[in-house]
Design a protein around this ligand. Structure first.
Ligand code: 4NP
Length: 164
């Protein structure tokens, strides 16, 4: 059976952290030949940058690692919870905003902090917002995202196996 699962990465503006997670995760899923089974997107809890490409500094960091980012920012809608299997918030503030808009308590099991999948989180569950910092912040985000995405993929593979 050809079931699919759908994941959405969510940050504040949808121009730095979540587009990077989307791009890195898309590359990983493609490498594993699962692009027809796993639907990937990203969104922001704000609509401040809706329609915009990822921040040039995030695009550059991604390119430095062979990843091309081609998303456009969009604001997450509470109705998105219905179609998503997994919604991953980049920090606690994003998580709180998503909890506020989550329509039904039974959708609770879809929402997690992205870094809860980070094998090296050491109880720090925030992907630090790089927007107002220097270039080093973007590389830090990349390192977190790169090591965390394979664990997210393991989780989605388990979900796929249960759906099949
Ligand atoms: P992101 O970063 O949430 O990782 O996309 C930000 C982008 C824009 C702003 C803040 C964070 N902003 O204040 O406009």
């Amino acid at each position: 059976m050809n079931s699919t699962v759908e994941v959405c990465f969510v940050c504040l503006g949808n121009i730095c952290r979540s587009p990077l997670a989307q791009g890195v995760f898309e590359a990983l899923v493609k490498e594993e030949g699962l692009q027809d089974r796993i639907i990937i997107s990203s969104a922001g809890v704000s609509g401040w940058h809706a329609g915009n490409p990822p921040d040039a500094r995030m695009q550059q960091t991604a390119r430095d690692h062979g990843i091309h980012l081609n998303s456009r920012a969009r604001q997450f809608q509470s109705s998105d919870f219905n179609q998503m299997d997994l919604v991953l918030a980049m920090d606690h503030s994003n998580m709180n905003a998503l909890e506020q808009m989550r329509p039904e308590p039974e959708l609770q099991d879809k929402l997690f902090l992205f870094r809860s999948f980070d094998p090296q989180h050491n109880n720090d569950l925030e992907v630090p917002d790089p927007y107002y910092g220097g270039g080093k912040g973007f590389e830090t985000v990349y390192q977190i995202v790169e090591r965390t995405c394979p664990k997210v993929l393991d989780h989605l593979k388990t979900m796929l196996a249960k759906k099949a």
